[in-house]
Ligand binder design. Structure first.
Ligand code: ADP
Ligand code: MG
Length: 135
């Protein structure tokens, strides 16, 4: 069982919030003791998910937490919105698939950059994506 050392919430409503979310994640990653390369991986993943929250989710929030689990520490991020949800998850998790003229590499890229990736969504029920990067 992991315990929470610190936590907070960053609104992710407009494009500028993506920048704020990146800064919050970078600080949490530094405070957590993630090495530079892992800080950058987490910030990059968060950036993609935050942008999706704004563009497709109609805005939402990012909950962040620094966790301690035995000898390791980590940063966990939850991106949540009350938007349309994702109808075909398998399609959305395919490299290069986009519904909106993007590159279609945000979700798949984010998944590769973290240690844990969980996606909960249903049409009309919004989207919740949890990612964790451990030291
Ligand atoms: N929060 C979300 N709410 C609704 N749909 C989403 C959300 N995030 C991603 N999607 C869907 O998944 C697709 C793939 O996302 P992504 O891999 O980031 O590619 P891109 O942003 O380039 O389209 C998006 O085109 C969109 O249809
Ligand atoms: Mg995207």
């Amino acid at each position: 069982m992991s315990s929470v050392l610190s936590s907070g919430t960053q609104p992710v409503r407009i494009e500028q919030d993506v920048v704020l979310a990146r800064q919050v994640v970078r600080k949490a990653a530094i405070d957590c003791g993630l090495r530079l390369i892992d800080q950058t991986k987490l910030v990059t993943a968060a950036s993609e998910l935050a942008r999706n929250t704004v563009v497709y989710g109609g805005g939402g929030d990012m909950d962040w937490a620094i966790l301690e689990d035995g000898l390791r520490k980590g940063v966990r991020l939850l991106f949540r919105d009350e938007g349309p949800g994702i109808a075909d998850l398998k399609l959305a998790m395919t490299d290069g698939w986009t519904s909106g003229g993007g590159l279609g590499l945000g979700l798949t890229g984010a998944k590769r950059l973290v240690n844990e990736f969980e996606l909960d969504t249903a049409p009309g029920a919004g989207t919740r994506i949890t990612i964790t990067r451990w030291t």
